[in-house]
Design a protein around this ligand. Structure first.
Ligand SMILES: Cc1cc2nc3c(=O)[nH]c(=O)nc-3n(C[C@H](O)[C@H](O)[C@H](O)COP(=O)(O)O)c2cc1C
Length: 410
């Protein structure tokens, strides 16, 4: 039997660690988030269902996205021990310029609809962290304003080729003039993917006020106040639109774009050119032989072709075939720093985050995006140190075992 005694105040004092309450509700909220999934939980509470589902959703049965995330989970890391990992360097050179960490912000359309600060929050947070920000053709902030929000950092412009090619190329010209250093040409949207959540929610641009949306808005007043008291949701590069996203894409986008058109675009762009949405080794080889500066293995976050190849599975073969000639980047499914480290270990030069960034944005505007970047940065650094490496260059395929599930039978 343990001998008991009455606790003395002297013993209790050091145990009493009452924190000073934080009056800033946003900070309190964000401080609690330890993972990107935590930010997602906050985002879901604060964003109208239709806008949240537009962001979170993927095409058809959403199998592509599910599999991409599963592929990241299905790895085993092989750590080296007894190394000095007192410091770790996450920086590298990507497309001829510096990046402070091995990930950047992917282009996303309609960003101000998710949270009113939209691209300004993304670009300024990226600039502060030393990582690139990508502005979508379907962005909701003007090219020049994005440059204003990230004046000293790297801005990339993402091109969708429209049926009206002169207008598309006028945008490219503006991006070049504004000092954007890289053009991402997205090639996986010849037509819109079937985003069934949007259809089911009756989601349209701009959001419609129906009885359902009004009821859903009641617990989310801040989003609506922001929406109604800031500049109307116009597109940076497009006149006003009224309809679903799928209708918009199918009306605007040119389904006839080919390799010849890509060569034509490449001739006109003064900076680096990356083709986003590459999904086979054969296409990667063709692009490398055309002399593009980079390719992004991506299935658009599962939002286009459902059951598309998993970019992370494609990575080793593509790096083997073209990695010497062109930079191989990767996106789709990244929700943690470990996903990024695994991608770099298997040969990706860089990675991009879509939803991970948007969850942060919806959870807390600029501070929320800062939080996304700091969570991922810390996870990358910790994973590297636990693997026994102190620089990205030291990461190699031996650090990752891809466990066998959903591996193609050849
Ligand atoms: C809401 C949303 C909008 C997007 N809009 C675009 C776009 O306008 N242009 C583009 O090239 N890709 C777009 N994407 C795809 C992203 O650039 C990126 O490929 C994808 O989000 C990566 O997957 P992840 O969300 O799992 O990180 C969008 C993705 C989301 C989630």
């Amino acid at each position: 039997m343990a001998k008991r005694r009455v606790p003395r105040p002297r013993d209790l004092m050091p145990l009493m660690k009452f924190k000073k309450p934080t009056l800033n509700a946003k900070k309190r909220r964000l401080d609690k988030a330890l993972t990107i999934y935590d930010l997602r939980t906050i985002a879901k509470k604060r964003t109208p269902k239709a806008a949240f589902d537009y962001t979170e959703g993927a095409a058809e049965a959403e199998i592509s996205l599910f599999r991409a995330r599963q592929a990241f989970e299905d790895i085993e890391f092989n750590p080296a021990i007894l190394r000095d990992v007192s410091t770790v360097d996450l920086s590298s050179t990507v497309l001829g310029g510096p990046v402070a960490m091995p990930f950047g912000i992917a282009p996303t359309g309609f960003t101000r609809m998710m949270q009113t600060e939209g691209e300004i929050a993304g670009a300024s947070a990226a600039g502060a962290a030393g990582i690139p920000f990508s502005l979508s053709t379907m962005g909701t902030t003007a090219i020049e304003d994005v440059k204003g929000a990230n004046p000293a950092g790297r801005n990339w412009f993402q091109l969708y080729m429209w049926k009206d090619r002169d207008r598309s190329m006028a945008l490219v010209d503006r991006a070049a003039k504004a000092g954007f250093d890289t053009l991402l040409v997205t090639v996986d949207v010849p037509v819109a993917g079937a985003r069934l959540r949007d259809k089911r929610n009756g989601f349209s641009i701009p959001p419609q006020l129906t009885l359902g949306t009004v009821i859903n808005a009641l617990p989310r007043p801040e989003w609506w106040i922001n929406f109604l008291t800031t500049e109307p949701l116009a597109f940076a590069s497009l006149d006003r639109w009224s309809g679903t996203v799928g209708e918009l894409l199918d009306t605007m986008f040119d389904p006839t774009v080919t390799y010849e058109d890509l060569a034509w675009i490449k001739d006109q762009w003064p900076g680096k050119l990356v083709v986003k949405g590459v999904q086979t080794v054969a296409d990667a080889k063709k692009l490398a032989s055309m002399g593009v500066d980079g390719i992004t293995l991506s299935n658009h976050g599962g939002r286009q072709l459902d059951r598309a190849p998993i970019p992370f599975h494609l990575l080793p073969d593509v790096v083997r075939e073209v990695g010497k000639d062109t930079e191989v980047h990767l996106d789709t499914g990244i929700m943690s720093g470990a996903d990024i480290v695994a991608s770099i270990a298997l040969g990706a030069k860089f990675t991009m985050i879509g939803r991970a960034y948007l969850y942060g944005l919806m959870a807390g505007g600029r501070e929320g995006v800062d939080k996304t970047i700091s969570i991922l940065g810390e996870q990358v650094a910790r994973t590297m140190r636990l693997l026994g490496v102190t620089s990205l260059a030291e990461l190699e395929p031996g650090h990752v075992t891809q466990l066998q599930r959903l591996i193609p039978r050849r």
